[in-house]
Write a protein that binds this ligand. Structure first.
Ligand SMILES: Cc1ncc(COP(=O)(O)O)c(C=O)c1O
Length: 340
């Protein structure tokens, strides 16, 4: 087994993120006790789950002598914002290649320009943080293929580019959440949080896969329910399992059983980043009861799933649920129409 503390890592957050008991929300929903892991309070610009992944990814980039980062995502990508922020902190160049959103009914809109991004939310921050380039492509474009073409061009100019995949979700990025699993287990022991179930958004799956591997490697049987933000259960679970397996192999850990992986697909709505009424209700409920802002694309949909599971009796009142707030709040300001 490879010891996590021997793997190169940069540090972008001082100490553990808070684990808070949401007493008012728990009372309002009348179900289990709900706790929240505040990964929206991680370091780099406006925090969020990518900061943990980037601690390992950027260390790897620096070890390879990279002077330029290239990454990909949606036009409101939190991952692109945080990669760019890490680049600024490290004095690296950073190029972003992003795809336009789906149309309002979930249809792909085709060529670039069919659904251009507004200069708000994360897209505004790409500008303020001074991205070296932002290339906007039509929905469904081959983003990684474009990243490879750009990397080749930069190499020709004498640069050393490092490509980070969508969401920072490869075994190196997932290490951030292997580490987070250990942080959570320490906090459960300190706070007396007994036999919880963890509920987390699941997108490119690095966060969920890392948590699964981290808990398993610590001998914990704490279950994790992923709430998918872009795929059905049948499409998402194999992705999570693949990343669990490759991350466990990377760390030379024993195989993690397949039944450790759940990714519920019922709360996506018409498509990735497209609002649902349940998401809007969840965002308002967290804000009004606890003063906590969620985001409309990830944590809002995951919270809608959690609320539905509670209302449908999935968790008895003696249970404890830990909801991972993975950040993304800048995206709220790009989707204000979902709340009108
Ligand atoms: C705010 C936020 N939450 C959750 C996720 C999903 O995490 P993962 O891609 O590791 O599944 C993302 C991914 O972009 C995100 O930006």
């Amino acid at each position: 087994m490879v010891a996590l503390n021997e793997i190169p890592r940069r540090r972008y957050t001082a100490g553990a993120t808070p684990l808070e008991h949401l007493r008012r929300l728990s009372a309002e929903l009348g179900g289990p006790q709900i706790w929240i892991k505040r990964d929206d309070r991680l370091g780099l610009t406006q925090g969020g789950n990518k900061t943990r992944k980037l601690e390992y990814l950027i260390a790897d980039a620096l070890n390879q002598g990279a002077d330029t980062l290239i990454t990909v995502g949606g036009v409101q990508s939190n991952h692109c914002r945080l990669t760019l922020s890490a680049a600024r902190a490290e004095g690296l160049d950073c190029h972003l290649i992003v795809e336009e959103d789906l149309g309002p009914d979930g249809t792909a809109l085709g060529p670039a320009g069919a659904n251009p991004p507004e200069h708000t939310g994360n897209f505004l921050l790409f500008d303020l943080l001074g991205a070296d380039s932002v290339t906007v492509l039509g929905h469904g474009a081959d983003l990684l293929g474009e990243a490879e073409i750009l990397a080749e061009k930069l190499r020709g100019e004498g640069r050393i580019p490092y490509i980070i995949p969508v969401g920072g979700s490869n075994p190196i990025g997932a290490l951030g959440y292997v580490d987070c699993a250990h942080e959570l287990l320490d906090q459960f022991a300190e706070e007396g949080v007994d036999s919880p179930t963890i509920v987390t958004p699941s997108g490119s799956a690095g966060m969920q896969a890392g948590l699964i591997v981290g808990l398993h490697s610590a001998g914990s049987t704490v279950p994790i329910i992923g709430i998918n933000v872009s795929r059905s259960q049948a499409e998402q679970e194999p992705k999570i399992v693949d990343l669990v397996d490759s991350t466990a192999r990377f760390l030379d850990l024993p195989h993690v059983p397949r039944d450790a992986t759940t990714g519920l697909g019922d709360y996506v709505g018409t498509g990735y980043a497209l609002p649902t009424p349940e998401m809007a209700e969840a965002v308002r409920l967290f804000a009004r009861t606890e003063g906590i802002l969620l985001d409309p694309v990830y944590t809002g949909k995951a919270a809608a799933g959690l609320i539905d599971l509670i209302r449908s009796g999935r968790f008895p009142s003696e249970d404890t649920v830990v909801f991972v707030h993975s950040g993304g709040v800048p995206g709220l300001y790009a989707r204000t129409q979902a709340f009108t």
